[in-house]
Design a protein around this ligand. Sequence first.
Ligand code: PHE
Length: 340
Amino acid sequence: MQVRIEELKKSFAEALALANSQEALEALRIEYLGKKGYVAELMQQLRFAEDKKAAGQLINSLKTYAEGEIEKATEQLRAAAIAAKVRSAKKYNPTLRFAEEQGSYHPITLATREVEEVFISMGFTIENYDEIVDDYKCFEALNIPKHHPARDMQDTYYLDNGQLLKTHTSAAQNYIMKKYGAPLRAIFPGRCFRNESTDACHENTFFQLEGMMIDENISISNLIYFMKTMLSEVFHRDVKVRLRPGFFPFVEPGFELDISCEICGGEGCPSCKNSGWLELCPCGMIHPNVLREGGIDTEKYSGFAFGLGLTRLAMMKYGVKDIRDFNSGNLKALSQFKSI
Ligand code: PHE
């Protein structure tokens, strides 16, 4: 028996050295340790042995030897497979340039940054404000009491707790006045929401960029100067503008600043409702009630505010004919805008 077992151990070791896959190892295990394997066969013969105890121990030594070796080999094969996978994996190379297919900025982002640059150079700070606001910030503080007909123009989405999605960036005016007091120069871009039926120039979600300047002796000529400077910088040329009286409860006097439609060159098209003009920037002198509500001394200070239609501006600047393209997620349309 002893000789037989020595032989089996030797042949096992030889077969093991050749087994280079999990399948080969499993076959080897079955051959030696399986139900009909060598170890089982030896156990059958045990009853014929003279010294059963010694023979049993020998068989057991073969069994534990084979088990241990198979386990070790299985582990080695697994580690080798992982190492091979790691070796073949693509490595991150920090010296490589970015692939050509990098993302692009949304045209609204590009337009925002450009306008921001212009105003930063004129000493304005950029403010951020919430998209969900309360009735006071969006209406009451802006001289629009409950039941004022101006609210009809700005129906929006209400939350169960009475808060609402802001209908205009003017909702930040009160907050910013209280934050800085006078004098102040600030612009605040933001996403706005209205309950609108959509068409080529109306969307329920759009962007505005509001600006406010409060100081001593601020007049309409300051307002006109800043608007003209900003627009000619953004369009890189003189754009045709017109100023019409416009009503907003939070400014007095109030204006509508229109620019000649850049898409049709003023001839009339669906984007400008065939008028040749596009309302771009309502503006006016801040109403004393609004200044007072923001804690500003109206004896000493006055100011102007404007609400630039950022989405419209981006349409004009990039020749986008349909406002719905902006929120469409259509990469073919949106990825054309790569840089400033
Ligand atoms: N908040 C106004 C709107 O969205 C625009 C506006 C802003 C008008 C500032 C005057 C001054 O309709």
